[in-house]
Design a protein. Structure first.
Ligand SMILES: [Zn+2]
Length: 337
């Protein structure tokens, strides 16, 4: 860490600003250069918030500090996104958290990844003003690669039915589409695994005892690598798996400064995973968690997205609803006519 050398009065000014910017996130490095006289001058004071620590506002929390002569300070930070795709895919499934907020809870939630990115970025930006662009984005999940003779399995294996085959194909297709829509807006698919379908896997899938193994560990590894190599950036992990948090904490103890979590509501998680004591309050995040349910209208795919004026469910329409009419979902509309 490089010491900041400034004139006395300027130092005082920084301290004052630092104290006044307690809501800002830390871990963001300012790139400021010293002028030839070895003293320093302030850039735009708006940027000071981004270079002081979130809760302490102390002078020694400033990281690399070099002031450029009379020039505005430029601070560049990006938001890197790491998605536990297996969890998010399930969170978007019919009757789950997100679908439940839409007009048709029995249909999968149509997530718009570009809108999700945009929304996460504004969440990060509000806490860390210097974070104003998207960085690397990964979605990790696994999609079974099916053998060529998969359709013959009911003849070859005892207990395998044509229904198993159809259901498995459907599931693979749905995941492919999910991954494709993320990749089409810039996500890397390098962390998408393609294990070969085996007889014993099909059996476990049928009895709902199949457990994916690699995805959560991959998400943690990618996030931690990103956080270590980009300490000035902001990093978000999208997951409902409580177990990743202690792992992140161990591998990257500075997580609280510039890592945040996007998930469903904690109470929802408890209902889904009672064996895990998911408590976000045990973790000291400077950037508040992003709860997907609070943003369904902003992240739903569709030409024109509305929130029903009566039941508050969200829905999309191919054509805009006239400005004077109150948005009304299918169910409420049916009740009223
Ligand atoms: Zn309604």
């Amino acid at each position: 860490m490089r010491a900041l050398r400034v004139k006395k009065g300027v130092e005082a000014a920084i301290k004052r600003h630092a104290a006044g910017w307690q809501g800002c996130v830390a871990g963001v490095t300012a790139k400021i250069e010293t002028n030839p006289r070895g003293t320093a001058e302030l850039g735009d004071s708006r940027h000071l918030g981004a270079i002081c620590d979130s809760d302490k506002g102390r002078f020694d929390q400033l990281t690399i500090v070099r002031l450029r002569n009379n020039e505005e300070v430029t601070i560049v930070a990006q938001l890197n996104i790491f998605i536990d795709g297996s969890w998010l895919f399930k969170a978007c499934a019919p009757e789950r958290a997100l679908a439940g907020q839409t007009e048709w809870s029995d249909k999968a939630f149509q997530l718009d990844f570009a809108r999700l990115d945009e929304n996460l970025l504004s969440h990060a930006h509000a806490a860390a003003p210097s974070c104003d662009r998207l960085g690397s984005r990964y979605l990790s999940t696994s999609i079974f690669s099916l053998p060529d003779n998969f359709d013959d399995w009911p003849n070859e294996y005892d207990g395998v039915t044509a229904d198993d085959i159809a259901r498995t194909r459907q599931g693979v297709l749905a995941r492919e589409r999910f991954v494709d829509s993320a990749v089409s807006v810039g996500y890397s698919d390098r962390a998408v695994y393609r294990p070969r379908m085996k007889g014993w896997i099909l059996e476990k899938l049928r009895s709902k005892r199949y457990q994916e193994k690699q995805v959560d560990a991959t998400v943690v590894a990618l996030l931690v690598r990103s956080a270590i190599t980009g300490p000035d950036d902001v990093h978000v992990v999208i997951t409902g798996d409580a177990d990743v948090l202690p792992a992140i904490k161990v591998a990257y103890p500075e997580y609280s400064k510039n890592v945040f979590i996007a998930t469903t509501h904690p109470d929802e998680l408890l209902a889904e995973r009672r064996q895990t004591a998911f408590s976000l309050s045990q973790f000291d995040f400077a950037i508040a968690p992003y709860y997907l349910q609070d943003h369904t209208a902003k992240i739903l795919r569709g030409e024109h997205v509305y929130t029903c004026a009566h039941c508050h469910k969200v829905f999309a329409r191919p054509k805009p609803i006239p400005a004077k009419a109150r948005p009304c979902c299918f169910t409420c509309n049916a009740k009223r006519t």
